[in-house]
Design a protein around this ligand. Structure first.
Ligand code: GDP
Ligand code: MG
Length: 319
């Protein structure tokens, strides 16, 4: 007799942290499982700044995915100046890495997601060590981006990642194509405890509409900027007014750290800001389900990433 076989009436629920270095596809994977864009995606590192929950509800289970900021090397991202006590990354980066690191012990299962199309680097190795030393929960190693993997690299890449996460079961997936996503989900479900639904069945994320809107605006900025600009951008909703049952009026500020960045975001004759606004408005409309009027401002907030007060005000602090 197999006593682990679930009975027809058993229902599972639990939390699954997706951790890994920036840009490996964590948010893409969560969005794919949830079936909605609950976390923005870009090809820039550190797109995800807060821990975001994405909820998958099916008849037999509710899986709450915890999308985390990429765990990255703070020293490598710090400023080169040693004048103020050495390399210190902005407070925001430390808060992000702390949040992701803490998440691994606040869940039932951890998915260590890596870019399986290339060899691991030091950041992957650090995360592997961290999970080994600090994580009490079952870990699944998922090698993402298998659509980019060249046949001759399959074996060396797999072996190299396996060496970093020795105790984890592993599989290859593609978050964008959906390859093996059912198999990975089965592995996750096998490790979740029995339990009731923890969120209403129609809820796909723990974020409110305003928080989602700020992210959708930031996503459009990330898609159009390079180098230090994506890192220096934060968005705040100033006003959110339902003028009619079918019309919401939103006013939002895009913060940057320098005048030069402000000029980039506004663009020649305001063209850049207009394009960001148009695209973000369309995305926000699909979330709120009706017409949106979106007004955007750009303001300079010197060193907002380095101050606890500004992080708190922008909803980016740990608590
Ligand atoms: P995160 O920083 O780990 O959350 O990564 P994102 O989800 O923001 O994705 C980073 C980039 O990788 C985006 O450009 C994604 O479209 C891309 N990406 C994610 N998964 C895959 C995949 O399976 N295959 C390929 N080719 N690209 C992917
Ligand atoms: Mg992300």
């Amino acid at each position: 007799m197999n006593s682990t076989e679930p009975t027809a009436s058993s229902h599972k629920s639990g939390f699954v942290a997706i951790v890994g270095k920036p840009n490996v596809g964590k948010s893409t994977l969560v969005n794919a499982y949830v079936g909605a864009k609950i976390a923005i995606v870009s090809n820039k590192p550190q797109t995800t700044r807060r821990v975001i929950r994405g909820i998958l509800t099916r008849p037999d289970a509710q899986v709450i995915f915890v999308d985390t900021p990429g765990i990255h090397d703070l020293a490598a991202h710090g400023r080169s100046s040693k004048a103020h006590g050495g390399n210190r990354a902005p407070l925001l980066n430390r808060v992000m890495v702390d949040a992701a690191t803490r998440a691994v012990n606040e869940v039932d299962v951890v998915v260590f997601l890596v870019d399986g199309s290339r060899m691991p680097d030091q950041e992957d190795a650090r995360i592997g060590k961290l999970l080994d030393a600090r994580c009490q929960m079952p870990v699944l190693l998922a090698l993402n981006k298998m659509d980019l993997l060249k046949p001759q690299h399959v074996q060396p890449v797999t072996e190299a990642f396996w060496a970093l996460a020795k105790h984890a079961d592993w599989m290859r997936v593609s978050a964008t194509r959906g390859d093996n996503s059912d198999q990975l989900l089965d592995q996750i479900l096998a490790r979740l405890p029995e339990g009731p639904e923890l969120y209403p069945a129609d809820q796909v994320t723990d974020q409110n509409l305003q928080a989602i809107a700020t992210e959708l605006i930031r996503e459009q900025v990330l898609a159009r900027t390079r180098q230090e600009v994506p890192h220096a951008v934060a968005v705040a909703i100033e006003q959110w007014e339902d003028r009619r049952a079918d019309l919401t009026h939103i006013s939002a500020t895009i913060y940057v750290e320098r005048e030069s960045q402000k000029a980039i975001l506004i663009g020649a004759g305001g063209a850049m800001l207009k394009e960001i606004g148009q695209r973000a408005r369309a995305e926000i409309e699909s979330w709120v389900g009706h017409q949106v009027y979106l007004e955007l401002w750009v303001k300079v907030w010197d060193k907002w990433r380095e101050r606890a007060e500004s992080l708190r005000e922008l909803g980016l602090s740990a608590d």
